[in-house]
Design a protein around this ligand. Structure first.
Ligand code: PEP
Ligand code: MG
Length: 324
């Protein structure tokens, strides 16, 4: 399938109206890295570090992780890699950690909540990342930040760990960007100060959508009722983009929907300029983006909203059919 898109692999995802959409890929294992080259991705917009923890039967050691992260950075050859810190809990249970008996794991002790409550693992992972950077730039992102305070606390851990590394005589990264995943509606309403302090935001649409509609992402029966292009959700996303734009906060979208061409087109139309998706989706998404005018698509979205459509999908599909 990637051969089909080989001719556009090295060209930008530039729309007919001249907008350029950054195309990044999601990854989680060393084996994903060759796709950076073959897909034409500009970088790794989401590196899910928990996969390395999940494929083992004991907690990986700091040195092991550091070597692995270094290999990832080497394979990326200078392209940016966004390392997401351990996102466990909910559907991802480490075989060597005592399972929690929680009535609602998706709403439970997971991701950054575990990281902040048990900072030992987080510090170990941060050290491994700092050492892997080997004096070069580093990008880290914390999953599931629900309130400003959690971001601040995580950032504080980054600073403390950096200070400790310096004391130990280790080389520090030349620069560090610390981002937050926006996966709960609460963070969209964080104070302006949050948007000013955070280095970048990435929308984790899989989780964000599940919490927006209160519909379990693992439960087909309820999940399918709610279209990503539902007017309420799309308007919500647009408001997040507007907040980020007014504070100059870089924003991207890294949930699965970024890899669906019609969804990606609508995201671009409401102002998103960076998407991260599975490598195989880059060709199809780029191909559609390059053939479209975002202003026209936005007008179609506006008209659907004015009419009171439940989802903009029907209108956008009709527009695309008329176009091509
Ligand atoms: C998301 O929630 O959209 C996301 C990218 O993270 P994950 O799918 O790993 O929860
Ligand atoms: Mg998530």
């Amino acid at each position: 399938a990637q051969e089909r898109y080989a001719s556009i692999r090295d060209v930008a995802a530039e729309t007919r109206c001249g907008a350029v959409i950054g195309m990044h890929m999601n990854a989680g294992l060393m084996a994903d890295l060759p796709s950076l080259e073959s897909s034409g991705a500009e970088g790794v917009g989401l590196f899910r570090t928990e996969l390395q923890f999940l494929v083992r039967n004991q907690m990986p050691r700091r040195n092991e992780l550091s070597v692995l992260y270094r290999r990832v950075l080497d394979a990326a050859q200078g392209k940016r890699v966004v390392f997401r810190t351990l996102d466990i809990g909910s559907d991802k249970v480490l075989p060597y950690m005592k399972p929690n008996d929680e009535p609602n794991p998706a709403l439970g002790w997971r991701a950054i909540r575990v990281g902040l409550d048990k900072p030992g693992i987080m510090r170990m992972q941060l050290q491994a990342l700092f050492r892997a950077a080997n004096g070069g730039p580093l990008t880290v992102m914390f999953p599931f930040v629900a309130q400003f305070e959690e971001y601040r606390a995580a950032r504080e851990e980054v600073n403390k760990t950096l200070a400790r590394e310096a004391k130990l005589g280790h080389k520090l990264p030349s620069s560090i960007e610390v981002g937050a995943m926006l996966e709960t509606p609460s963070l969209a309403y964080a104070p302006d100060k949050f948007f000013e302090e955070v280095d970048f935001i990435s929308i984790g649409g899989n989780d964000l959508k599940q919490f927006f509609f209160a519909a379990d992402r693992e439960n087909e029966r309820v999940r399918k009722r709610y279209d990503t292009l539902n007017v309420s959700f799309l308007t919500f996303l647009e408001n997040i983009v507007k907040r980020c734009d007014s504070s100059g906060t870089p924003i991207s979208f890294c949930g699965e929907d970024a890899g669906r061409p019609v969804e990606a087109l609508c995201f671009a139309a409401i102002g998103l300029r960076t998407l991260s998706m599975r490598p195989a989706s880059i060709g199809p998404v780029k191909s559609l983006l390059r053939r479209c005018d975002l202003n026209e698509v936005y007008q179609v979205i506006e008209a659907a909203r004015d009419r009171g459509d439940m989802s903009v999908r029907g209108a956008v599909m009709e527009y695309l059919r008329d176009q091509f």
